[in-house]
Design a binder for this molecule. Structure first.
Ligand SMILES: Nc1ncnc2c1ncn2[C@@H]1O[C@H](COP(=O)(O)OP(=O)(O)OP(=O)(O)O)[C@@H](O)[C@H]1O
Ligand SMILES: [Mg+2]
Length: 258
């Protein structure tokens, strides 16, 4: 467990009660990049909690501070006001950031290598996970030889292998066509059902949020504030056509447009 803002990043564990993530009234302001430009208030008084094993989705318009929120949870940046407390969190970035010259297993193994695991053990563990993810036969394939959905699976494997408690997923399927995106959403729902994790999922796609999440936060345009919190109290596996999900989607879309 890490406490940030007043403590250094590698601070010893502190007790944040029963939550895995707790942001309390966080502001984030980016200084003006050029002389004469105004500072940008990305987030304003944002509070967010995730219980262990909970999947919290965050939806909001472009530029409302969603990536900023995940960077705060992962300790990559500090808030200007409020507090951020979180167990160690790994970020699956908005772009997949795979190394173009490395094969799928070595790309997935990167987080293990960074943690000091030796090459053959890292490759072995990554390969086993890639097999679980339906990528057998592609262990040595470079990113350009993989489809968008396959690349996302490699990036997700790498995020899982970081060993961090919390997964922060930033628009994990945004670049994919509609059909592949649905397949990947169903795949991720299955993967998280088999191996529950605390997840903060950022997306533009309200349906994606509702299919995957236990709770959905809707953000306003910048400066990003949380304007609604909806519980998705629907059993898994979920069907997109389930009337409760359809009603929730409409509710969330109304909040987004408001
Ligand atoms: N490092 C930075 N320096 C300056 N401004 C930044 C920085 N990072 C983000 N911003 C600004 O903060 C605001 C929020 O950016 P952020 O990337 O969090 O939005 P987002 O909701 O993830 O958008 P999108 O949906 O397009 O990915 C934007 O106005 C952006 O220009
Ligand atoms: Mg973003």
């Amino acid at each position: 467990m890490q406490t940030r803002m007043t403590a250094p990043r590698e601070a010893p564990a502190t007790d944040i009660g029963l939550d895995a993530v707790r942001l309390h009234r966080v502001d984030k302001v980016f200084a003006a990049a050029r002389r004469g430009a105004a500072p940008v208030t990305a987030l304003q008084s944002v509070s967010l909690r995730a219980a262990p094993g909970e999947i919290v989705a965050v939806v909001g318009p472009s530029g409302c501070g969603k990536t900023t929120l995940l960077e705060l949870v992962c300790g990559l940046i500090e808030p200007d006001a409020g507090t951020v407390e979180a167990q160690p969190a790994a970020l699956m970035a908005q772009r997949d950031l795979l190394l173009p010259w490395a094969g799928a297993a070595d790309n997935a193994a990167l987080a293990l290598r960074v943690n000091g695991v030796d090459r053959s053990e890292a490759r072995e563990r990554a390969t086993a996970l890639l097999h679980d993810f339906g990528l057998q036969g592609f262990e040595r394939a470079r990113p350009h030889e993989l489809s968008g959905g396959m690349r996302q699976r490699v990036a997700f494997a790498r995020t899982l292998l970081s060993g961090r408690t919390i997964l922060c997923l930033d628009e994990p399927f945004a670049g994919l066509d509609a059909l592949t995106r649905q397949e990947m959403q169903d795949w991720l729902a299955g993967a998280l059902l088999a191996q529950p994790r605390t997840v903060v999922l950022v997306t533009h796609d309200v349906e994606e949020a509702i299919v995957l999440a236990d709770r959905l936060l809707v953000m306003s345009p910048r400066p990003g504030r949380v304007v609604a919190s909806l519980d998705v109290d629907v059993a898994r596996p979920r069907r997109r056509t389930d009337s409760a999900l359809v009603a929730l989607r409409e509710h969330a879309l109304r909040e987004l447009r408001a």
